[in-house]
Write a protein that binds this ligand. Structure first.
Ligand SMILES: Cc1cc2nc3c(=O)[nH]c(=O)nc-3n(C[C@H](O)[C@H](O)[C@H](O)COP(=O)(O)OP(=O)(O)OC[C@H]3O[C@@H](n4cnc5c(N)ncnc54)[C@H](O)[C@@H]3O)c2cc1C
Length: 406
């Protein structure tokens, strides 16, 4: 008889797939319940910093991601109007032991899914919309819309910012709140651009009044991805595939760096989307009975720090080790290990929303002056605000699954 605990993971996003893979690596056979009938290849670029790549390496995914991704030289900030460099912070000077990788979200999701299905072809159950949760003696039953209930000893709630699992854990759950920011996302084919327009192979970031743009390469340089965020409060759709008009995008950035404007005008109209950015307040309880929240379900992150998926990946690793070790109060241990870090990152992302979009010229010039000065003194100093995030390693939970706060 199989004495291993059964685990159901709700949601086949980046957090859920990573968690399932990590559980499989520890000898468990999780089931993933995904509401979609088909896992569609959605989204555009994602930045995976060394803290996330350290988990990917432990899961044997590093080479596959390097093969499909692109490795930037560092972070380059650019004057929003002139296009001149403000500062460059090269990653080589920061001494990372894992790469910083830019990947297409669809490639990351597919790479994880392939690995999960190679371990267990029956792991993913699609068309399984979890509607409600019922606590049992040694587990939890998930009620599925138009489907059979599913019982598991442990449930991982990885069902994103509008999580049903979160509704079960938190009784006074407030709804996601629109931040007043909308993100344009788009892809350009590098070979469609004249040489003079091609941006340097860095994570390029323009920060101007009420707006910013991040641009980097994907798929070994074949594609260029951008996220262009604009403060706007009259459009609130959240979807990886809500089509958007390229003309509106260009209108929004008409008075910006002419090279950037030229670049944006080369966007493939079929790959230009808009995404309204929502946020939720931190919650004080991440688990109830034997259901534990991870990723955006526990702590949605604004994309101003490029850490939402990374935090979900870290969570997935930590929780899988704790479930596999099976000792103590898994939910409480998990929250104790993760809450402080995730809350800090969440707050820093919110702070960046203000910092990136200063409308006051004095504040904006001051910000850029500090960035330039620090990068000239030392790249480590310039990166100090975020380096502590990138320095996290999966060894924060030992191989035996025991919690330690390294
Ligand atoms: C514009 C933008 C840029 C970003 N850039 C970065 C970046 O560079 N780096 C980074 O680390 N992060 C980035 N992020 C954040 C990152 O995309 C998210 O934090 C991450 O995708 C969250 O993953 P998740 O698996 O927790 O949730 P999701 O991706 O939302 O996945 C949840 C899954 O659960 C399923 N589901 C939902 N409800 C149910 C239900 N009731 N029953 C069954 N299944 C259900 C959904 O269908 C979905 O498949 C960015 C986000 C945005 C919007």
């Amino acid at each position: 008889m199989d004495t291993r605990p059964s685990v159901a993971v709700v949601g086949a996003g980046i957090s859920g797939l990573t968690c399932a893979l990590a559980l499989q690596q520890r000898g468990l056979r999780p089931k993933i319940l995904e509401q979609a009938a088909l896992l569609r290849q959605l989204g555009a670029g994602l930045q995976l910093s060394p803290n996330a790549m350290a988990v990917m390496a432990k899961l044997g995914m590093q080479q596959a991601l390097l093969d499909t991704g692109s490795v930037p030289e560092g972070i380059r900030s650019v004057n929003w109007r002139s296009g001149n460099d403000i500062a460059r912070v090269p990653f080589a000077a920061l001494g990372f032991d894992f790469p910083y990788v830019h990947v297409h979200r669809a490639d990351l999701q597919q790479t994880l899914l392939d690995a999960v299905l190679a371990n267990d072809p029956d792991c993913l159950l699609t068309d399984q919309h979890v509607e409600a949760v019922v606590a049992e003696q040694d587990g939890v039953t998930l009620l599925i819309r138009h489907g059979e209930p599913v019982y598991a000893n442990w449930v991982v709630g990885a069902d994103g910012i509008r999580s049903r699992c979160r509704d079960y854990v938190v009784s006074d759950n407030s709804a996601p709140r629109f931040t007043g920011n909308v993100a344009w996302r788009g892809l350009l084919r590098t070979d469609s651009l004249p040489e003079r327009l091609r941006p340097p192979r860095w994570a390029n970031i323009w920060m101007g009044p009420g707006r910013h743009v991040v641009m980097y390469y994907l798929r070994g340089g074949e594609l260029i991805n951008f996220v262009a965020v604009r403060e706007q409060d009259d459009w609130q759709e959240e979807s990886w595939n809500a089509p958007a008009s390229l003309r509106d995008l260009l209108h929004d950035f008409a008075d910006w760096d002419p090279t950037l404007f030229d670049l944006l005008s080369h966007t493939d109209p079929k790959s230009c989307f808009r995404w309204a950015l929502f946020d939720r307040d931190p919650i004080s309880q991440w688990h109830k009975d034997r259901l534990i929240l991870i990723g955006d379900a526990a702590h949605p992150m604004l994309p101003f720090l490029a850490q939402g998926a990374a935090m979900g990946i870290e969570d997935a690793w930590v929780l899988s080790q704790l479930i596999a070790s099976g000792s103590g109060d898994v939910g409480a241990q998990f929250q104790a290990l993760r809450e402080q870090r995730c809350s800090r990152v969440q707050q820093l992302a919110r702070d960046n929303m203000v910092l990136f979009h200063h409308r006051n010229t004095v504040l904006r010039n001051g910000r850029d002056l500090v960035a330039r000065g620090l990068s000239m003194v030392s790249p480590a100093l310039a990166a100090k605000r975020v380096k502590w995030i990138y320095d996290w390693r999966p060894t924060a939970v030992s191989a035996a699954g025991q919690a330690s706060r390294s």
